[in-house]
Design a protein around this ligand. Structure first.
Ligand code: SF4
Length: 121
């Protein structure tokens, strides 16, 4: 099966034709450098994504704290990660980039705040 994907490793955005058999990449064409093949393999065989979400706050100036993982996590774990995030409550002021939850689902990625959050005044 040939799958078309766009390489996002650089602004050129090469259009890749990826030949896939049994969920494995057999060959890649359309890439102008080796990064394209690496990108295609990762995207097909082990896709990773940054989780962008919001966490419930209690006793703070906002109801929700915007957050994201500090590194990509397996795409297959995104729904499970969202369920875990729903159970988290932020109860203390935070700065940008402060850790809300360490090692989310054992992925090695921390969930961090993407905005400064103050206490209720
Ligand atoms: S294959 Fe290479 S040149 Fe093409 S978009 Fe990817 S990184 Fe850029």
């Amino acid at each position: 099966m040939i799958k078309k994907i766009t390489c996002i490793e650089c602004p050129k955005g090469c259009s890749l034709a990826v030949d896939i058999e049994n969920c494995k990449v057999v060959s890649v064409t359309g890439n102008e450098c080796p990064k394209g093949e690496k990108h295609a393999k990762a995207e097909v065989e082990n896709p990773m994504r940054i989780l962008t979400t919001a966490v419930l706050a209690e006793g703070l100036a906002v109801k929700m704290v915007p957050a994201r993982t500090d590194k990509p996590i397996p795409k297959s774990l995104l729904m499970e990660a969202m369920e875990a995030v729903k159970r988290i409550r932020v109860e203390r002021p935070l700065g940008v980039g402060e850790v809300i939850a360490k090692d989310l689902l054992g992925t090695g990625a921390d969930l961090v705040s993407t905005r400064r959050v103050e206490k209720t005044s």
